[in-house]
Design a protein around this ligand. Structure first.
Ligand code: NAI
Length: 271
C-alpha cells in the first residue's frame, strides 16, 4: 500500500545492481510513494544492464558514477538536478565492496591495498558524496541521506573481516557530516543497520548462509528482508522523520537487543 510519503520529492539512489539489491527495492518503493529519482552505479556494474529494467519500470534516468571519483560524483549531482528539475531531497548510499572478503583473506592477514580500496568504495564514498553535494548546495533543507551498514561495526563477526572497520567508519562519517550539514542546511544523515540479506554483496561473505539462519533464529521477528529495509528507508526520506539525524538505526527484527533465543538453545540441545 502506498501513502504518497515522497510525493514531489527528488532523489538519487545508488547501488541497484539486480533485483535482489536493497537499493532496487528502495527504488521500487520510492516510485510507489511518488518520488522521482536518478539511478546510479559504478560504470562496470552496469555491464549486466539489469538496471535498465528498473529505470524503465520507475521512469528514471541512469547516470553512471564511480562513487570513489569526485569528478563523476560532481557530474552525478549536477545532472541529477537538471534532470529532476530542482534540488535533491533524498540520497540512498547503498554501496559496499571488500576485496579482502572477495578473495577470502583472513582479517589478521588483510592486504592493505585491498583494505584501502574497501575504505574508499564503502565508507569514504559517503564523505565524497556529501562533500560534493554540500559544495554544489545540491540538497534541499530537511533533505535526508541514508547509508546502509551492518552491526559488525559494533560487535565482532570474524567473517566480516575489514568490512567491520569500514562500516564503523561509514557510521562515524554519517555522524560527523550530519553535524555540519545539519547545522548549515538542516540536511539529515543516518545509517540503517540491516539484517543479513540475500544479495550479491551479502552472499559474497564466507559462511553467509549459515549465519543468515543463525541471525534468523535469534531475532524475535526474524531477519528483516530487503523489502522491509526499503520501507524503513522510505520513512527516513519522508517528512515524518524530519528530526532524526546522526543516528545508527537498527533494522534487524530485534536481533541487536537479543542475547540468546530459546530457538537457538534448542538447536544447540541446551533446552
Ligand atoms: P549489492 O551487491 O546488490 O549492492 C552493492 C552495490 O555497491 C552494487 O550495486 C555495486 O555495484 C555497488 N558498488 C560497488 N562498488 C562501487 C563503486 N565504486 N561505485 C558505485 N557503486 C559501487 O548488495 P546489497 O546487499 O544490496 O548492498 C547494499 C548495501 O547494504 C551495502 O552497503 C551493504 O554493505 C549493506 N548491507 C548489506 C547487508 C546484506 O546482508 N546484504 C547487511 C547489512 C548492510
Amino acid at each position: 500500500m502506498a501513502y504518497n510519503l515522497l510525493k514531489g520529492k527528488r532523489g538519487i539512489i545508488t547501488g541497484a545492481l539486480d533485483q535482489n539489491s536493497i537499493a532496487w527495492k528502495v527504488a521500487e518503493k520510492a516510485h510507489e510513494e511518488g518520488a522521482t529519482f536518478v539511478l546510479t552505479n559504478a560504470p562496470i556494474a552496469m555491464r549486466m544492464g539489469e538496471i535498465n529494467t528498473l529505470a524503465e519500470k520507475t521512469g528514471s534516468k541512469i547516470i553512471p558514477a564511480d562513487a570513489t571519483n569526485v569528478e563523476e560524483l560532481t557530474t552525478l549531482f549536477t545532472e541529477s538536478q537538471e534532470i529532476l528539475g530542482g534540488k535533491i531531497d533524498f540520497v540512498l548510499h547503498s554501496i559496499g565492496m571488500s576485496v579482502n572478503i572477495r578473495k577470502n583473506i583472513p582479517y589478521t592477514e588483510s592486504n592493505y591495498d585491498y583494505f584501502m580500496k574497501g575504505i574508499d568504495v564503502s565508507a569514504m564514498s559517503l564523505h565524497k558524496m556529501l562533500s560534493v553535494a554540500k559544495k554544489l548546495d545540491a540538497i534541499n533543507e530537511w533533505g535526508s541521506v541514508v547509508a546502509l551498514t551492518y552491526m559488525a561495526a559494533q560487535r565482532t563477526y570474524p567473517f566480516y573481516t575489514d568490512m567491520a572497520d569500514i562500516k564503523a567508519m561509514l557510521e562515524s562519517i554519517a555522524r560527523s557530516f550530519g553535524y555540519h550539514y545539519g547545522m548549515e542546511k538542516k540536511v539529515r544523515i543516518n545509517t540503517v543497520s540491516q539484517s543479513p540479506t540475500k544479495t550479491t554483496a551479502g552472499s559474497g561473505i564466507k559462511g553467509f548462509g549459515d549465519f543468515y539462519d543463525f541471525a534468523d533464529s535469534i531475532a524475535p521477528l526474524g531477519n528483516a528482508d530487503a523489502e522491509s529495509c526499503a520501507d524503513y528507508c522510505i520513512t527516513l526520506f519522508s517528512d515524518l522523520t524530519r528530526m532524526v539525524t546522526m543516528q545508527n538505526l537498527f533494522h534487524d527484527g530485534g536481533y541487536s537487543s537479543t542475547g540468546v533465543s530459546t530457538e537457538i538453545m534448542t538447536k544447540l540441545g541446551i533446552q
